[in-house]
Design a protein around this ligand. Sequence first.
Ligand code: PBG
Length: 328
Amino acid sequence: MSFPTVRPRRLRRTPAIRSLVRETTLEPGDLVLPLFFSARIDSPNPIGTMPGVFQLPVEAAAEHARMAQSLGLGGVILFGLPATKDETGSGACDPEGPVPRAIAAMKEAAPELIVMADVCVDEYTDHGHCGVLRPNARGELEVDNDATVEILARASVVYAKAGADVIAPSDMMDGRVGRIRAALDEEGFSQTSILSYAVKYASAFYGPFREAADCAPQFGDRAGYQMDPGNAREALREARLDEEEGADMLMVKPALAYLDILTRLREATTLPLGAYNVSGEYAMIKAAAAAGMLDEKRATLELLTSIRRAGADFILTYHANDVAKLLG
Ligand code: PBG
């Protein structure tokens, strides 16, 4: 059958019929809000490249937890800016650091809220790399994979003890999911889940985040551990390895330039899939809207819907509160 018997426009006539046949939905519960807690401030500090986003003092954690819960968000994910940094990023394992303290305060204020802890040492190292540096056999300075994995496992246990529901390693070291799972289980946290940043590309779209989290590498780049943007088969391989090591959920990051990866991964795994709508993606929308170039609300909803349509069950996004208010 074809035109004129068939007329697809019949199902687009009114908001009600469009709503009835809509294939992809977007709800507050699909959104996870990233938050930055700093040990160095006592009032919110705006991030210049990310309008509407702030570094927060730990004292603000409870209030933000109650807000996230009342908006019905799927969860929050916490990043930390420590009082001091060192070579090995030891602050990541400090039980008195901003992240463990904020986790505890949030779980007390809003026990039902899902609190995730990003696990990586780049915010805690003085050189800004996602691991400890060691000279390799040829004497070149490199991120030492296996030594870093031990630190990540220790940090994960600290965050689980503080009350984190989900541990989310973002470092891209090999073997870290298995080691974190073992460490959590040994310490009695067999019910704490792991959301692996399994597929994380070396991306220019992290630029604003590095101001937010004060973690730009002081030399070189992250291409030795984060993935090459040209690779798709490798994404499936990374995801499979993390699944085998015990990841409960997988993530693709960034989101918008990698929607094809999300779709391929959706077909390759039965695990829940997240996508990180990263800082540069957020900043682009804010800049274009501020310049009067597009309708911010419509553009944001359209992009977030595209990430869900591509295959993400949930989205980490700085738009979470605003969009939850729009949808609610
Ligand atoms: C590393 C980390 C980064 C982001 C989340 N975790 C930065 C990086 O890898 O350089 C980026 C998030 C964003 O851009 O919004 N701990």
